[in-house]
Design a protein around this ligand. Structure first.
Ligand code: ADP
Ligand code: MG
Length: 717
């Protein structure tokens, strides 16, 4: 690589195999391949998992008993003997010039091989707790990192797997060799100088060097910031670019949103809209009025009033002469939505020149697979002819046979339960010339910056305010039989006051029938003679009941003819009975944070004080942390942060992104402000250069690093 050639791009680095590095023989290359490292790019993106600062390293002669420390030293004598239980015990001497520390390993005879053949001068880092054995200082089963030569003040520690047979010192040596080879040409920096100086970033080459070979701890922080930003910027550029492409290349419907249907709807409500609802509706209407298809996510906490916003969106479409559809993931939910929608819209009318009065009642229908043949025919005719203005339903809405006269606005509730194919299918139900506007609703809010990445292709409206006057729900986590008995007492006393309660059965996959059995068993246990709820009017609801039974039970509960509803999680979302004031979740430790928060949101919807009891004694620390979080906070966004903290972002990303992704260093948790900064930068760059024609370096990195199916998947929703 003669100097004078242009700096190396990531693609150049990806074209050079690691086997071309000095020191990477066939054996090493195989080990690297096992760790997923085939090219120089892979190697340079294989980042240290931590660093060891030698200036702050403990001296063996100063170690205190009981201390947990990292000590660096050279390996001395090694021996293995059998213990009395005839397991091998390997003893290794560690020397640092100030003293001698004994390392003992139980059942790890391979340490002889690992540590016995180190060339002189090779340093090992050991981490563990200092103990004393027969007067000598000792560490039992410490973590050992073989870091290589004693140079540099800060030693990078790379992820190492004993199996792959390559240790951190060898990795460091290969990285150093790779960096040495890159030095003459340097590593290209595709970031526009304006963005670089705005954030005071170091250049790419320096960042890559410093993350692997920092001279001071602060160097690697600077380097990390820069590389994190690069990762996030690539993702945001891709998302924003594709989103804009989609918007400009597909014809949408420019709805006339200034009719009076929405205004009449709002006037009839017995309450005023919250500021947050107004803002969301305005954002949606602005989208609807544009000739591009809307692609928007509506997120808000349980009870924030999303339904009303969604209905306003549909009515905006209807008043401009189009049809609207709401698709829900389950029949129960669809029925519930239909009941709410029908009640809220009541006797609204739409203009119809064909009638005597010049208007007709707004047509609202429910379409699920449970519809009778006659109903189905009638509804399909109405959809094709235009007599149905708003249709609520399940997957039934996207079946082949369903034709719409002019589908204009589509709302999808609880989007994470739908596959992308289904979402696409619903959008394709437009008249062919124009793509309907899409509003996706989720009651599982995620932090805004995470949404920007996970749903980066959608615009996001957030309802961050609850309607006024809500009394906070009292949440308890009863421990022990006495406190659990008090839970059932509270159900009975609320029922005596005329209030109602839900009992949610342990979370078991309903598909295998176990969930149904668990609900049935719980129901019988609670209601049998001497049972906790004996004498109360109790109903049972689960997914395997016939439609008629489900409808009847739901209706009985809604009307107050049942005191208690024992149910599986079918009631998790959507059920809206303001008179219900108690939610009992059995085996609560098995539910996720979002789900528990949802379930709790089924109560506290009226003017009465409400209670949520989380029954159960989770076996895991994480389960306990979840219940503690729910008790401590009623704020869905705050809980989402805790959830992210507990589960890591892998799970959030996993919902939508599979396969390879480019976020190696960046964390949606730790790097929140950088997500926003990257989004802003991406928008700025694309405003001036929509196809990145003048930013070939960036464009090429995106092609290289974002496997296309990732973003396909993201954008198809
Ligand atoms: P979400 O779907 O966001 O969980 P809903 O749309 O089901 O919430 O609304 C929850 C309850 O709050 C409903 O009973 C609804 O009628 C009521 N509601 C909605 N908006 C308001 C408001 N601005 N003021 C008072 N109550 C409201
Ligand atoms: Mg709702």
């Amino acid at each position: 690589m003669p100097a004078g050639d242009p700096p190396l791009t990531l693609r150049d680095l990806d074209d050079i195999g690691v086997d071309r590095l000095k020191g990477a023989g066939p054996k090493t290359a195989r080990a690297l391949a096992a760790a997923g490292i085939a090219t120089l790019l892979d190697l340079l993106q294989h980042y240290p998992r931590r660093y060891h600062d030698r200036t702050r390293q403990a001296r063996i002669d100063e170690l205190a008993l009981g201390e947990e420390v990292t000590v660096a030293g050279e390996i001395g004598r090694i021996s293995t003997r059998k213990t009395r239980s005839s397991r091998p015990l390997t003893t290794v001497e560690l020397l640092d010039g100030t003293g001698r520390l004994e390392l003992v390993f139980f059942n790890q005879q391979w340490r002889e091989r690992q540590l016995g053949r180190l060339p002189p001068g090779r340093v090992a880092l050991v981490h563990g707790k200092v103990a004393s054995y027969r007067g000598a200082r000792q560490m039992a089963n410490p973590v050992v990192d073989l870091v290589g030569d004693k140079t540099g003040r800060i030693i990078p520690v790379y992820p190492q797997s004993e199996k792959a047979g390559i240790h951190t010192g060898e990795t460091a040596a290969l990285v150093a060799e790779a960096l040495r080879r890159c030095a003459p040409r340097g590593i290209a920096d595709p970031l526009p100088p304006s963005v670089r100086s705005l954030h005071g970033f170091v250049d790419r080459h320096r960042a890559v060097e410093a993350i692997h070979r920092p001279e001071a701890m602060n160097d690697k922080e600077e380097a990390r910031r820069r590389l994190v930003f690069d990762e996030l910027l690539r993702v945001q550029l891709e998302l924003v670019r594709r989103k804009r492409r989609l918007e400009s290349s597909t014809a949408g419907i420019a709805h006339g949103v200034d009719g009076n249907l929405v205004r009449r709807f709002h006037q009839r409500l017995p309450f005023a809209l919250t500021e947050a609802q107004r803002r969301a509706i305005a954002e949606i209407q602005a989208d609807l009025a544009r000739p591009h298809p809307m692609h928007r996510l509506l997120q808000g906490d349980v009870g924030a009033g999303k339904t009303l916003v969604a209905l306003s969106a549909l009515l905006s479409g209807v008043q401009g002469g189009c049809q609207g559809a709401i698709m829900a993931p389950t029949e129960v939910l669809a029925e519930q939505h239909h009941a709410t929608v029908a009640a809220m819209l009541g006797d609204l009318t739409v203009p119809d020149p064909a009638t005597l009065t010049g208007e007709r009642p707004l047509g609202v229908e429910l379409l699920t697979n449970a519809a009778s043949a006659a109903d189905r025919r009638r509804i399909l005719t109405g959809l094709a002819g235009g007599g149905v203005d708003i249709v609520v339903g399940t997957h039934a809405l996207i079946q082949e046979a369903v034709r719409y006269r002019s589908l204009g606005v589509v709302v999808i509730d609880e989007q994470h339960r739908f596959g992308v194919e289904q979402r696409a299918a619903l959008r394709d139900k437009g008249d062919g010339a124009a793509v309907p506007d899409l509003l996706v609703m989720t009651a599982t809010p995620i932090p805004r910056t995470a949404a920007m990445t996970v749903y980066g292709d959608l615009d996001v409206s957030t309802i961050d305010e609850l309607p006024p006057g809500r009394i906070p729900i009292e949440t308890s986590w009863p421990r022990g039989p006495m406190e659990e008995a008090a839970v059932w007492e509270s159900v009975r006393s609320e029922a005596a006051e005329g209030r109602q309660a839900y009992v949610v059965c342990p979370l078991i996959e309903e598909s295998d029938g176990l969930g149904v059995r668990s609900a049935e068993e719980t129901y019988h246990r609670l209601t049998s003679a001497g049972g906790e709820l004996a004498g109360l009017r109790v109903g049972l609801l689960h997914g395997r009941l016939s439609r008629a039974d489900k409808e009847m039970t739901t209706e009985l509960f809604r009307s107050g003819a049942l005191d208690v509803l024992v149910a599986t999680t079918v009631i998790e979302v959507g059920v809206d009975v303001p008179n219900a004031t108690v939610m009992v979740v059995l085996d609560a430790g098995r539910f996720g944070i979002a789900q528990l928060h949802q379930l709790r949101g089924r109560v506290g919807r009226g003017s009465h004080r409400s209670y949520c009891h989380l029954v159960g004694d989770p076996a895991t620390a994480e389960g306990q942390a979840r219940l503690e979080a729910i008790v401590a906070s009623a704020d869905g966004f705050e809980l989402a942060e805790v959830d992210l903290e507990l589960r890591g972002e892998g799970t959030i990303m996993g919902e939508r992104q599979k396969g390879r992704n480019d976020l190696r260093l960046a964390s949606l948790r730790r790097d929140k402000e950088w997500v926003q900064a990257a989004r802003d930068a991406a928008e700025g760059i694309l405003d001036a250069d929509p196809e990145l024609a003048g930013h070939r370096g960036l464009a090429d990195e995106i092609d290289l690093l974002l496997a296309s199916d990732d973003t396909e998947y993201l954008l198809k929703s």
